[in-house]
Design a protein around this ligand. Structure first.
Ligand SMILES: Nc1nc2c(ncn2[C@@H]2O[C@H](COP(=O)(O)OP(=O)(O)OP(=O)(O)O)[C@@H](O)[C@H]2O)c(=O)[nH]1
Ligand SMILES: [Mg+2]
Length: 397
């Protein structure tokens, strides 16, 4: 934030200087440069540009490197005129590896085709070719790898690595075929081609809680109020175009991640509004917060539509543990709507004003309660199931 104001402050002081001092060409030049810097900064940090750079789905074709060819050669040295076969083996082709890296934030830099490096061919004098180095594709933590529509593996932790295709084996040189029957083999085999396949990479944001609501309900305003995240807030629908994650810091150093996603409208499953594919970002959320806008005429219909859209996206998503948050209680005439909304909902509604900060403290406590309940359920679940001893993930393609 601070960096945004620095060019503006320098600009202002230069402007003042130019008004009082005549003929200062240098300050005029600096002024022009700074205007350009400020414009570039503003355009670079606009939500639209950031959303363009944020890619959460990619189809990639991967092919392991080819093994190096084996060599057919014979040793000819001083005092060893018939030294026998000396053709070395080829090196193995490189694997293609996908690695979860917390520094990577989107799939924008993932290319559509990857070909592994080929192994070096074998040489004479029994020299084996060098194995090729592996190609590593860094992806964000939370990337799900799919093949033919089925989830093959989920990279949920930083540093988790999976070999998606293996490189081909190197060919054998003629020295490999030396035997008592054949003292001078000419045969050398070529390197094998690497495995290949087409994968779909899907990024699913990892957060404990997900904010779901209609456009303009105040989700981004709420995220700004409870965390240090800075999603754009504006009075027009579909301001948020990519998910934002904010962290609530509690006094006991516990941290709860909350995801703000684009607004969902009625008929999103028919591709209305921004569609509903971005709901993949709340698939992993352990609990949801339905943000309802109390300034609309019948706020309770919003909740029904939201639950309906979630159920159409993925059965069971709408019945996840959730809380209903009624926003904008600072506006006049909202207390009656709040009462009616409460009548339509079985669970207690949390009235808040994200803009003025009213009720936000109670909501933060409620989020912690839900988080603790979820943690307790997870611990109970883990005790019940057999623990995976190795902890290593294997990919079956
Ligand atoms: N009066 C009042 N206005 C609010 C409150 N919360 C949000 N707003 C206003 O509602 C408008 C929309 O807020 P956003 O936070 O951008 O809404 P959103 O749900 O993130 O919207 P999308 O990103 O488009 O889905 C902004 O003009 C906010 O200032 C509130 O508690 N009271
Ligand atoms: Mg928003």
């Amino acid at each position: 934030m601070y960096t945004m104001y620095v060019p503006a402050m320098i600009l202002w002081s230069l402007e003042q200087g130019m008004r009082t001092t005549h003929g200062l060409c240098n300050s005029r030049r600096i002024y022009t440069v700074l205007v350009q810097v400020q414009r570039t900064y503003a355009s670079k940090h606009s939500e639209k540009k950031q959303a363009k750079a944020f890619v959460d789905w990619r189809r990639v074709s991967v092919e392991g490197g080819r093994g190096g060819n084996g060599c057919s050669a014979f040793i000819r040295e001083f005092a060893r005129p018939f030294g026998g076969p000396g053709g070395g083996d080829g090196g193995n082709g490189g694997n293609i590896v996908i690695k979860a890296d917390k520094r990577v934030k989107s799939l924008a830099k993932v290319k559509s085709i990857y070909r592994g490096e080929s192994g070096n061919p074998g040489r004479n004098n029994s020299c084996h070719g060098k194995n090729a180095s592996h190609t590593v594709i860094p992806v964000p933590v939370g990337t799900c790898i799919k093949k033919d529509g089925d989830v093959v593996i989920d990279l949920e932790r930083n540093g988790e690595t999976v070999v998606v295709v293996h490189g081909g084996l190197g060919g054998k040189g003629n020295q490999f075929f030396l035997s008592n029957e054949d003292k001078a083999p000419m045969l050398a085999t070529p390197g094998e081609p690497g495995e290949k396949c087409v994968l779909d990479l899907e990024l699913r944001t990892i957060a404990h809680a997900g904010l779901v609501g209609f456009p303009n309900a105040g989700k981004s305003t709420l995220l700004r109020a409870i965390s240090r995240a800075q999603p754009t807030v504006a009075a027009y629908p579909f301001t948020t175009l990519k998910p934002h994650v904010g962290i609530i810091q509690y006094e006991d150093f516990e941290q709860v991640a909350v995801a703000d996603i684009p607004g969902l409208v009625r008929g999103a499953h028919l591709n209305k509004g921004l569609g509903h594919s971005f709901l993949r970002h709340i698939e992993r959320c352990h609990f949801l917060l339905f943000v309802i806008d109390l300034s609309v005429t019948e706020p309770w219909t919003q909740l029904d539509h939201l639950k309906h859209e979630l159920a159409l996206y993925q059965p069971g998503l709408s019945s996840r543990p959730h809380a209903v948050v009624a926003n904008k209680i600072d506006l006049p005439g909202t207390s009656e709507k709040l009462r009616l909304l409460q009548q339509h909902v079985d669970t207690p509604v949390m009235p808040i004003s994200a803009k003025e900060g009213r009720g936000v403290g109670k909501l933060i406590c409620k989020i912690r309660e839900m988080y603790d309940e979820d943690m307790a359920a997870q611990v109970a679940h883990q005790k019940g199931e057999k623990e995976n001893q190795s902890g290593t993930k294997f990919l079956k393609l």
